[in-house]
Design a protein around this ligand. Structure first.
Ligand SMILES: Cc1cc2nc3c(=O)[nH]c(=O)nc-3n(C[C@H](O)[C@H](O)[C@H](O)COP(=O)(O)O)c2cc1C
Length: 185
């Protein structure tokens, strides 16, 4: 599949099989990630790869944080939260570094880390894997950040859920670029 075909045919896949992925395959996704452009060569992306029990520990951190914030929720709510990272065999948390010098700009670091996320989605798709980019409240949760080794003021740009697709789905065509584009000749 060439890059244009990959871009045109990529769709998010939220239902994947529980089968583990070989480590080389995950490393291949990360190699694709770090091909993303970044300003000042700061390589602002940080990856935390959660597999196996690592996903359970993430789920626990999410549930504990939710219980601290919303203690009156029923126990089922915490169980549901705890199970969220188990939706795929591989969850890659992608963070962006805070700028360390004045010439480094936060949005540029976030942009570069986001480009790394898209590279992962495309590389996964090109190999027949299914993936989806998720954030939710967990990406902004200080306790989740702490669990992942991120600073409280560092951005998590996404949790990428990756695995073999559960089934081949039909996807609707996306709206085009025309109503989002102005030409200045
Ligand atoms: C930064 C970001 C965060 C997202 N967070 C979520 C999320 O938490 N849950 C979700 O279902 N989709 C989330 N999405 C949307 C999906 O990743 C996906 O793009 C959307 O469902 C459209 O599907 P498509 O990628 O096939 O066009 C997010 C997308 C982006 C770019």
């Amino acid at each position: 599949m060439d890059v244009i075909q990959a871009i045109q045919s990529r769709h998010s896949v939220s239902k994947v099989k529980p089968d583990a992925l070989p480590r080389e395959m995950i490393e291949g996704l990360l190699r694709a990630a770090v091909q993303a452009p970044n300003h000042h060569k700061v390589r602002p992306w940080r990856f935390v790869v959660l597999t196996g029990a690592g996903r359970e520990r993430l789920g626990e951190a999410m549930a504990v944080s939710q219980r601290d914030r919303q203690p009156d929720l029923p126990p089922e709510a915490f169980d549901k939260t705890r199970a969220l990272p188990l939706r795929a065999p591989v969850v890659i948390a992608v963070g962006a570094d805070k700028p360390a010098e004045s010439r480094i700009i936060e949005i540029e670091n976030v942009s570069a880390a986001s480009a790394a996320c898209q590279n992962i989605l495309l590389a996964a798709h090109a190999q027949g894997l299914g993936a989806i980019w998720r954030t939710g409240e967990w990406a902004r949760d200080p306790k989740v950040k702490e669990f992942l080794g991120f600073e409280a003021d560092q951005h998590i740009v996404g949790f990428l859920y990756v695995g073999w697709p559960e089934f081949t789905a039909e996807f609707a065509e996306r709206p085009g670029f025309e109503d989002r584009t102005v030409w200045m000749d």
